[in-house]
Structures are given as structure tokens and as C-alpha cells.
Design a protein around this ligand. Structure first.
Ligand code: ADP
Ligand code: MG
Length: 448
């Protein structure tokens, strides 16, 4: 009967969200049943599920209830995770968010898996260490301490470990939470005089993960409690995984004895992303978006542009891509560099490394051994003209200057001259490997 309720609800949804949305997002859902509280749908990918959840969950719930189904939430699962028989117990071990707060940690993001993590030079060690811990064999290093700047994948790796452990050893009590949540619970237990419960709870976990531990630095009683919890678990040979935004010894106001305990295991850092890693991450995300945005594609030149220009952190990179796809589908146009510059002007400005036209002119004239005055002057012989065009091309690529502005900085040339130069270099890059090598090198030098 739930199934016919879904039929009715689905028809009604057409009116509230429109035929197009209905075709793209509702029809691909497969209704799997409900457990008296939650209606479960199978979705093709977890990205798809997240999207539907964010945009249509309320509508779906509303219509399901209108159609007579007594449910209070909706769950979107990829095939492997859909519970086989929808009674409450199996259900909760799959969809942990509904377990009582005291028994689990924070909710795990189902996109943060090892499969979705792109490995490159900057993160290969962290990845390997995380993988090892996720195997769940005998504890070899304790704790695993992951550190690195914002948005480099610390939380992603921690969730991936938790997912993997839960999948392989469902009985294992894995607790993931942020240091902030740890403190919050600690304070709450103090207030409610439930310190015994608190201690018992934390000492009964098999694997404890505390994210962003720098947060408790300087918070004395929380640090103290954390230290005791930590020691108790290490004594029982339970695995602990910690993350922070910097190395233990560099966390200000963290007690020395805690810092030194944190260094006892394996300390690995995630390095800032490289251009190659950013390309890989973008490509993987784009593959994911393909099913969600059929008909919209993003060419390699745009991908390279993004990887070059947004180097701050992966979160920003992802956000930029999401926005680009949404924008592209809204305006129904191909995603070009121009569209990208329009749509992401704020992001691009913020992560602008402030390479100036002068930097480029100087580097390029050095490289080709010509005088700056010849690059900017009127002579049109190839020895000067080619470096000049390359410099113009790099200005277009690496700065936010417009063509007329660039022209002005090159001895007052017209913007059509700049445009011609940029085009010429784009063509030559594909024909002349010397030129494309030069450009790669110059670009590195400028960005490095
Ligand atoms: P941190 O905790 O280090 O601040 P997160 O783990 O929250 O960073 O990562 C920020 C975002 O970037 C997340 O959406 C995450 O999935 C993504 N991300 C980071 N590194 C990678 C990677 N190597 N491959 C795929 N996605 C990544
Ligand atoms: Mg994090």
C-alpha cells in the first residue's frame, strides 16, 4: 500500500515542482518501502540522493503524508546500502543518523568515502595511513594524527575510515565527533551531573575519532578530560584518530603532555594541493555531475582554468564547480571560460594570486632574452612579436585584466591586437611543442 501511496504522491509532486524536475529527479527514484517512520528510496548515486534531499525532501515528505503514509522522514540510499528488510534495527545500523545522540558521534557524510577520495602526491601518505587504520587489524600506531590546512581532506578521510570500519565490522563501536562536540558533551554532562555516563560512554568505544582537536586548546577542563579519555583508550589498545589544522607541537595552548602523547603514534600531514591533484579532483566531480546535469558539459580548457586559478582549498574548488553547473543549466548555455569568469568572479578574485601584468612581462622577456622595452615597443619582428604574444596570452590567463587593459599595458595596443595574439598562441600551443613547453614553464615560474 505504501507503493500506491507513492504513486499518488509522485503524481502530485509533478504539480508542485514541475514536469522537468519531476522527470530528472523524481522518476529515477525507486520506492523501497517504509519502516513506520522513514520512507526509503533507492537512488542511482549518492550525489543524486544528496541533491534530491536538499531540494525536494520537504515536498516528497509532504506529499507522502498527504497520500496517507505515516512517515516523518525520507532516506535516499544507493543500492548497496538500502536495507533489505525494513525493520527498525537493520535500518539504524545502515542509517546511523537516527541512532540516539549519546550512542553515536556526529553524522557521517556519505560522500566522504575512500572511493571518492582522489589520491595525489600531496595526500598519498595520509591516504595510505587512513587505509591501513580502516583495515581494522591490530593497532600498530596510536593515535593516527592527521593534520593540514583547511579543506584538504582531513574530515573526508576520517569519515572514510569510519564508513569502511562500519562496513567490514558492523559490531565495532566507532565514534566520530568534532572536538567541539566533545567539549559540548562534556560540559553538558557536568551540568546534568552525568559525568559517570560520559566517562563510561567514551571508554566503551572501540575506535574514537576526534576532528579538529586544535579547538580544545586553551580550554583547560576539556583538555584534561580529553587527556584522560585518550589515555584510557590507548591503555585498552583501542584505535584513536585525531585531526588538527597543524602539527601537535604547533598547537598553541595545548598542554605539553597532551601534545607529546599525540605525537606517539603516526603523524602525517596533508600538503597543499598541486595543480595535478586539483585537475584529478575536478575531473572526478565532473564525472559525478554528468548524471545529474545531462546535456551540460565542461570543456578541458575550463577545467584547467579552474585548477589553475582556484588553488586555495578543495572545498572552494568544489563549490565553484557546483555553482558553475547550476548556472550553466539555468542559462542553458555551454560552460565557457567567459561564463566561468562571470559566474565565479568573486571566488576568482578572492583566490587571485595577484600575478601582475608587469610580473609576466618581466618573466617572459627574461626567458626569451629580450629587453622589456622591445617587448612593449613597436617592433614587429618575430623575435619580439612572439614573446609579446605569449606575454599577452599569459596576462589573459593569469590575471583578471580585460583585453583593452592588457593592450594599454603593452605600449598602448588595441584590444583586437591582444585578442589576435591570444588566439595565435592558443593555436601554436597545439602545433609547436617548444611553445607549449615554454608556456608551461613560464606559468609554473609565475605561479610558484
Ligand atoms: P578538512 O577537514 O581538511 O578541512 P574536508 O575533508 O572537509 O577538509 O574536505 C573539504 C572538501 O573537499 C570535502 O567536500 C571533500 O570531499 C573534498 N576533498 C578534499 N580532498 C579531496 C580529495 N583528495 N579527493 C576528493 N575530494 C576531496
Ligand atoms: Mg574538517
Amino acid at each position: 500500500m505504501g507503493f500506491s501511496a507513492w504513486q499518488v504522491a509522485s503524481d502530485k509532486l509533478k504539480n508542485s515542482i514541475g514536469q522537468n524536475n519531476h522527470t530528472s529527479w523524481i522518476e529515477p527514484l525507486t520506492y523501497k518501502g517504509e519502516d513506520g517512520e522513514t520512507a526509503v528510496f533507492e537512488v542511482p548515486t549518492s550525489f543524486f540522493g544528496n541533491y534530491v534531499q536538499q531540494h525536494f525532501e520537504d515536498y516528497i515528505l509532504y506529499q507522502l503524508r498527504n497520500a496517507g503514509l505515516q512517515v516523518s522522514r525520507v532516506l535516499f540510499s544507493v543500492p548497496a546500502q538500502v536495507p533489505q528488510n525494513l525493520n527498525r534495527s537493520t535500518f539504524e545500523s545502515v542509517a546511523s543518523p537516527e541512532r540516539p545522540q549519546e550512542l553515536t558521534g556526529a553524522k557521517l557524510d556519505d560522500r566522504f568515502t575512500f572511493e571518492n577520495f582522489i589520491v595525489g602526491k600531496p595526500n598519498e601518505l595520509a591516504y595510505a595511513a587512513a587505509k591501513r587504520v580502516a583495515e581494522g587489524g591490530p593497532v600498530t600506531f596510536n593515535p593516527l594524527f592527521l593534520y593540514g590546512g583547511v579543506g584538504l581532506g582531513k574530515t573526508h578521510l576520517m569519515h572514510a575510515i569510519a564508513w569502511e570500519l562500519q562496513r567490514n565490522q558492523p559490531k565495532l563501536n566507532v565514534m566520530y565527533l568534532s572536538a567541539e562536540q566533545f567539549m559540548y558533551r562534556f560540559v553538558q554532562s557536568l551540568r546534568e551531573r552525568k559525568m559517570m555516563d560520559f566517562k563510561e560512554l567514551f571508554r566503551s568505544v572501540d575506535v574514537l575519532m576526534v576532528d579538529d582537536v586544535q579547538f580544545i586548546a586553551g580550554k583547560d577542563s576539556t583538555q584534561e578530560e580529553f587527556f584522560h579519555t585518550f589515555n584510557a583508550l590507548v591503555d585498552q589498545n583501542k584505535q584513536i584518530i585525531i585531526s588538527a589544522d597543524r602539527a601537535p607541537s604547533e598547537i598553541k595552548d595545548l598542554e605539553d603532555r597532551i601534545a607529546s602523547r599525540l605525537q606517539c603514534g603516526l603523524v602525517v600531514d596533508l600538503h597543499p594541493t598541486t595543480y595535478e591533484l586539483r585537475l584529478g579532483i575536478l575531473q572526478a566531480k565532473i564525472d559525478m555531475y554528468r548524471s545529474a546535469y545531462p546535456g551540460i558539459d565542461i570543456g578541458p580548457e575550463v577545467v584547467e582554468f579552474l585548477a589553475h586559478r582556484i588553488s586555495s582549498n578543495v572545498r572552494v574548488l568544489e563549490g565553484a564547480l557546483t555553482r558553475l553547473f547550476a548556472f550553466g543549466s539555468l542559462v542553458g548555455r555551454a560552460i565557457t571560460i567567459e561564463l566561468t569568469q562571470d559566474c565565479l568572479s568573486d571566488v576568482l578574485r578572492a583566490s587571485d594570486r595577484k600575478i601582475t601584468v608587469e610580473d609576466i612581462q618581466r618573466k617572459v622577456s627574461d626567458h626569451y632574452n629580450i629587453r622589456l622595452s622591445d617587448m612593449l615597443g613597436p617592433k614587429r619582428v618575430r623575435t619580439f612579436a612572439r614573446p609579446r604574444q605569449i606575454a599577452m596570452y599569459l596576462c589573459k590567463q593569469l590575471t583578471t585584466r580585460s583585453l583593452p587593459e592588457i593592450g594599454r599595458r603593452f605600449g598602448g595596443r588595441d584590444h583586437t591586437t591582444v585578442m589576435h595574439g591570444v588566439k595565435r598562441i592558443e593555436e601554436l600551443q597545439n602545433q609547436d611543442s617548444q611553445i607549449s613547453d615554454d608556456i608551461i614553464m613560464l606559468r609554473r615560474a609565475l605561479e610558484g
